[in-house]
Design a binder for this molecule. Structure first.
Ligand SMILES: [Fe+2]
Ligand SMILES: [Fe+2]
Length: 258
């Protein structure tokens, strides 16, 4: 089974880039399952039912998220309702949405777990304890993890923690792709960050001049989503019948939009 995982879709440019690029990615990689991180899909921050639907319409089978997931109140009911969408599992249990789900692909039950790093981000429980607890009870033939975390040390550690226990650990959140994609010794595909789906003429998806003004003046500046030079970034993992990874290949392609 082939899994295509795509990094944080940022705003309208990210959504349009994803839609325009998916046919080519499908043809090239023939994925059985497409998972997309949508935490920045609504105006560059957060997700709504409408932006999630646009991601599904573009070809996603499931959506993961992260620290911006609760930015739009209107999404709470949708997060409770739609079993194809996950938010970090180590948030307070009573929060809207679910932290893990199971989807079908190529005759396999694929577990999907979303976790937030604890370093530099706010969580209710340790991501390491949380994932152990979920893996004990999840009923799946293989499992994919989106680890939405700030620092590479915590992400790399999670890779080793889960090696041989899940098919893949995809890092998200920093929006900058890392050059460390590999299959760990016990068969878990790992990458610290797959990158983002959005404008590269930006600072993590925000117009560069606005991000710079805030950093240089240290004054509040309204951020807008950048639109120039949209790329789609992610990774493709080949999962074998034992639920382990045979390969991981990084994906970085310019979107065929103006
Ligand atoms: Fe993000
Ligand atoms: Fe994030």
């Amino acid at each position: 089974m082939r899994v295509l995982f795509i990094g944080d879709v940022v705003g309208g440019p990210g959504r349009r880039g994803l839609k325009a690029t998916m046919p080519g990615l499908r043809e090239r990689h023939r994925p059985d399952l497409v998972i997309v991180n949508g935490e920045n899909s609504a105006g560059g921050m957060g997700i709504t039912e409408k932006t999630a639907q646009a991601i599904f319409d573009a070809g996603a089978d499931a959506i993961t998220s992260g620290n911006h997931v609760y930015r739009h109140r209107e999404a709470y009911d949708f997060l409770d309702r739609d079993e194809r969408v996950v938010r970090p599992a180590n948030y307070p249990h009573a929060n809207p949405g679910r932290g893990h789900t199971v989807v079908e692909a190529a005759g396999m039950r694929v577990g999907l777990i979303n976790l937030s790093g604890a370093v530099g981000l706010t969580v209710a429980r340790s991501p390491f304890h949380e994932v152990d607890a979920i893996l004990e009870r999840i009923e799946a033939d293989c499992t994919i993890v989106d680890f939405h975390a700030e620092v590479t040390s915590e992400k790399v550690a999670m890779g080793w923690h889960l090696d041989g226990r899940v098919a893949a650990v995809f890092g998200t959140h920093t929006h900058v792709p890392t050059a460390d994609a590999r299959v760990l010794p016990l068969g878990t595909a790992y990458i610290s960050d797959v990158g983002m789906t959005g404008a590269r003429t930006s600072v993590l998806g925000v117009k560069p001049e606005q991000a710079l003004e805030r950093l240089i003046t240290q004054m509040p500046v309204k951020f807008e989503t950048a639109e120039e030079d949209v790329w789609v970034m992610g990774a493709v993992v080949e999962v074998n019948e034992r639920g382990r990874a045979d390969s991981i290949e990084q994906v970085m392609v310019p979107a065929p939009i103006a």
